[in-house]
Design a protein around this ligand. Sequence first.
Ligand SMILES: [Zn+2]
Length: 419
Amino acid sequence: MRIRCAVAALAAAVAMVGPCSAHAQTVDPGPRLMNDPAVRAALNDVQLNEPAAIEEQVRLCEIPAPPFMETARAQAYADAFRRVGLRNVRIDKTGNVLGERPGRAARPNLVLSAHLDTVFPAETNVTVTRKGPVLRGPGIGDDCRGLAVLLAVVRALDAAKVQTGGSITFVGTVGEEGLGDLRGVKALVNDTLKGQVDRFVSVDGTGYGITHISVGSLRYRVTFAGPGGHSYGAFGIANPVHALGRAIAGLADIRPPAEPRTTFNVGRIGGGTSVNSISADAWMEVDMRSANPAALRDLDGKFHAAVDAALAAENARWDQKGRLTVTKMLVGDRPAGAVAAASDIVQRAVSVTRALGLPIELAEGSTDANAPMSLNIPAITVDAGGSGTGAHTLDETFDTTDSWRGTQRTLLIAIALSE
Ligand SMILES: [Zn+2]
């Protein structure tokens, strides 16, 4: 999921030509690629075949891919990888789909990925409807768009016989969303392709942003537990629901810094037996985020203190009768990180975006790029074109107007980053 929050677009433009650039020579492959006849042919192919890419987007999106249940879509995606001619197509043991397009050399190896999973439960109706240029359906932009764009890029590279310098490994990842906790991409960079990823680009969502700052997150499931009992008969013992209320009140009073942006949220609560029972348990799910690792650690400390204080206060209130316990289970841990706006990978992406006359929008987010970034692998996440609304809702839309421009941009990024 992307959190759009444009930062420093101007600073990046200055960095391209300024003296503080990371490289003595600016990296600006855009104009050169635009003059290459094979690349131009591939760009043409992309525009001509965008209707087919959109068909593919709809087809893949109508295959349910709930969290932890991405198998059916993964199989279909592997079939699509074979159909467009990728080599060594396989599904790794975590469920990621991989396929290779060799270049003149094996390295650098660019991973170009999109995520297979959605946030929607299995019973969700995933039928896609159309009204004029607008598609409507859960996941249609996030990230069926990215899945379809990857396939269109392979087809265009082959149709125009573009030979890239290094090779490209195309990947459909599992577990990008929510409690999936990036398990697909973590396994990809730590195991399946360990030591073989030189650059990483996730193609995710709609628009034209370039995400180079990874917002880290910590997520917990907190459970207060005790003996419980009758609301009248057992009155006088500690109450897990009351303790949960104290904990939420404590969290709500935390004041994290506005800069670096650091946030927290109690997203779900539950527990209890009936209106006339002292519950035996009560739980909440908490999400905390920051692009700054130190700020996130600091907030994490305050979270633990608030929960521990709530437990102590509830037990003290009832003189330790029906004494409660609390467990704080870490259910999400996404590393924070960043690649500089002046870095080679960002400059190349900016260069081809500018060459296509598209806006330069540098952004931060929590995406598959977090994992490679935390291993110091140059990584970004790029939007896949078109425009969208309502990501993570049943009413998600994708406007296909000029969406081929996003496919073109991804194609150029693939070429510029595999040389
Ligand atoms: Zn996404």
